[in-house]
Design a protein around this ligand. Structure first.
Ligand code: NAI
Ligand code: MG
Length: 492
């Protein structure tokens, strides 16, 4: 492993002012993977100042989109060339199975390419004229980068979540201070190297690893930050909103979910089993959009449950590099304990545990948890209502389309929702009734960089990805010019 004990600030690798380090752990065997630089408020101040200078005085925000795109394309290319190596780091730092890590890295490269395309296609600085109903005035609109962006990201898709924020922010001409999660900081530090080698000017992207309290909080609080882009938990999202309030910073929040998957009785049983499993067990269920509440039409409920339990018990659990493994360890001991506690509470609340619920016996070391299924889950139980963020799915039966939609929408979250039926009209109808930002029909989870991503209600504010994600890093400026004679208000 290379040395990760430096922060990337203003184009240089620097030792944190207080020389702090923290340990990043490999969750498959609980070994220390790396000692990582721990930033504190002083380092954050240096990083934000560098980003501020690069924004206020540097070329990056003033370049033509096509020029920025060249750098983004080189970043994409370099991520692609290093796909195997980056995926291997991700497997060790996060625990996810290698095929998923390879997929993440390919998507990260794709994200940089996509935003390079947007930067090339639309020169944001070019004017768009607006018709106003008074011929003495001409009015135009331009877009400008929002400024210095604090990007604070979680541990579930480390490099991919970095890319979802860094790529559109850079494409738009912003400068960035990126703080990765302390649980999975390594690929964000690699991204600093990649961006530097791709010719990104000093100060445009700064990467500061560190703890939430010591590095994340001062970053969110910093007066020179114009926008905070955050993905993570609701409680931290609430702190981010409070930090943003003092300077009325622009924010985007992508928080948790408890997404429903409605399965009608006419569904293909094999397809239903496959997509339910994928919807909750990929990435160990540590997915904000995981379809963790499954609603099944009553006549299909018992047969589907039986099939689901059999299929879940066949999922190969183990270390992410092992061939055939589809479920790795959870990211940390804390996360495993949190999920085990939620399972215990679910049993106390009267949910019927039909699969998993414990650590697999053949894996005494590592933060593993067997795929867990709860049936007949009470509507008011916390396992039904609160995000668990682990491989735990809850099932309930329903009797009518009306009831299914009501149960699906009865949640304080609204990130995603899915519906399955052979009746396409019914799918369309239900899709339109869901109160959520991302809807899947006859599938769950597939995500495209071109399409908007984000939630209703407690799941967040704003949209990432697509042109929506790009626009979230742009300010809108109107320029109105008077071409008439004397205004004549006071002089008449
Ligand atoms: P978290 O929300 O605390 O951490 C996310 C990021 O915020 C990390 O980079 C962290 O260092 C930073 N952070 C923490 N406190 C901060 C503060 N006061 N100011 C600024 N930044 C701060 O999530 P954590 O603790 O890693 O996981 C806890 C739970 O959050 C999980 O069990 C899961 O339920 C949920 N979660 C949801 C995610 C999602 O994508 N919706 C992703 C990760 C976690
Ligand atoms: Mg780790």
């Amino acid at each position: 492993m290379r040395d990760y004990q430096r922060l990337f600030i203003d184009g240089d690798w620097v030792v944190p002012i207080h020389r702090g380090v923290f340990e990043s752990v490999d969750p498959s065997d609980e070994s220390v993977l790396a000692q990582v630089a721990a930033a504190t408020a002083e380092d954050i101040d240096l990083a934000v100042s560098a980003a501020r200078r690069a924004f206020d005085k540097g070329d990056w925000p003033r370049l033509k989109g096509g020029e920025r795109a060249k750098v983004l394309r080189r970043i994409a290319q370099s991520i692609r060339e290093r796909q195997q190596e980056l995926a291997a780091i991700e497997v060790r730092d996060n625990g996810k199975p290698l095929p998923e890590a390879l997929w993440d890295i390919a998507d990260a490269a794709g994200c940089f390419d996509y935003y390079a395309g947007l930067a090339e296609g639309a020169d944001i600085l070019s004017e768009q004229s607006i018709n106003v109903p008074d011929e003495r005035f001409s009015c135009s609109v331009i877009k400008e980068p929002v400024g210095v962006v604090a990007a604070i990201i979680p541990w579930n898709f480390p490099l991919l979540m970095a890319s979802w924020k860094v790529a559109p922010a850079l494409a738009a001409g912003c400068t960035v201070v990126l703080k990765p999660s302390e649980l999975t900081p390594l690929t964000a530090l690699e991204l600093a190297d990649i961006a530097h080698s791709a010719g990104l000017p000093a100060g445009v992207l700064n990467v500061v690893s560190g703890l939430g309290r010591d590095a994340g909080a001062p970053l969110a609080d910093h007066v020179d930050v114009d926008k905070i882009a955050f993905t993570g938990s609701v409680p931290t999202g609430q702190k981010i909103m409070q930090a943003a309030a003092s300077e009325i910073k622009n924010i985007s929040l992508e928080l948790g979910g408890k997404s429903p998957f409605v399965i009608f009785a006419d569904s293909d049983l094999d397809a239903a089993v496959e997509w339910i499993l994928f919807g909750i067990f990929w990435n160990q269920g540590q997915v904000c959009s995981a379809t963790s509440r499954v609603l099944v039409e009553r006549e299909l409920y018992e047969p589907l449950l039986m099939r689901l339990v059999t299929a879940a018990e066949k999922i190969q659990i183990g270390q992410g590099f092992t061939e055939g493994v589809k479920l790795g360890p959870l990211v940390s001991r804390d996360q495993l304990e949190k999920v085990l506690k939620a399972i215990a509470v679910g049993q106390e609340e009267g949910a019927r545990l039909v699969a998993g619920g414990t650590r697999p016996h053949h894996l005494p070391k590592g933060y593993y948890l067997a795929p867990t299924i709860f049936a007949d889950v009470p509507e008011d139980s916390s396992v039904w209502r609160e995000e668990i963020f682990g491989p735990v799915v809850c099932l309930r039966a329903f009797d009518s389309e009306y009831e299914a939609v009501r149960l699906a929408n009865d949640s304080s979250f609204g990130l995603a929702a899915a519906v399955m039926s052979r009746d396409t009209e019914r799918c369309e109808r239900v899709a339109r009734q869901f109160r959520a930002g991302v809807i899947w029909i006859n599938c769950s989870q597939p995500t495209f960089v071109e399409a908007p991503w984000g939630g209703y209600k407690r799941s967040g504010i704003g949209r990432e990805l697509g042109e929506w994600g790009y626009n979230s890093y742009l300010e809108i400026k109107q320029i109105t010019q008077y071409n008439g004679g004397s205004w004549g208000w006071y002089s008449s």
